[in-house]
Design a protein around this ligand. Structure first.
Ligand SMILES: [Cu+2]
Length: 161
């Protein structure tokens, strides 16, 4: 029986080598953008506000909003000319319609459960970085937690199926 199991394992390994692309995961291109030096920040574009994000002065644009479960690589670029941005990944499993928020600091509470499952922190204008996470099915929020940015609409939703 042991010998049979070993040869089965070898066969599985061989198959997984042949189907390597299936195991490679998904890459999402992430654009951290803002509308420049004349931009006026706002405070009514949090998730709970159900805002029209097309009117936001800054935001997070992703190349695909739905991805399969498994390895997900975020390739982020800060395309701002003059402002630092970042990208934090949160699960919305416990807060589907709003997230813990520290109003005085105008920042999401990253220490609350599921609110920081990984991040690309503080990218300078023009800077790039990537982050790979293993994501299970559910709804996720990508947001920038520089003070005021989340409330100005710098977030987007990601669905993992
Ligand atoms: Cu930002």
């Amino acid at each position: 029986m042991k010998r049979l199991l070993a040869s089965t394992a070898a066969a599985v390994l061989a198959v997984s080598t042949l189907t390597a692309p299936v195991w490679a995961g998904t890459t999402i291109n992430v654009d951290l953008w803002d509308s420049g030096a004349d931009m006026v920040m706002v405070d009514n574009m949090r998730l709970k506000d159900h805002p029209d994000l097309s009117k936001a002065p800054m935001g997070i644009k992703i190349s695909q909003a739905t991805v399969p479960a498994g390895e997900v690589t975020f390739k982020a670029v800060n395309s701002s000319k003059n402002i630092e941005h970042e990208m934090v990944v949160a699960s919305l499993a416990k807060h589907p319609d709003s997230v813990p928020f520290k109003a005085k600091l105008s920042r999401v509470d990253e220490n609350a459960p599921n609110m920081n499952m990984g991040e690309i922190s503080e990218l300078e204008p023009g800077e790039k970085a990537s982050l790979t996470l293993h994501l299970t099915p559910g709804k996720y929020l990508l947001y920038c937690n520089v003070a005021g940015h989340y409330a100005s609409g710098m977030w987007t939703l990601l669905t993992v199926k």
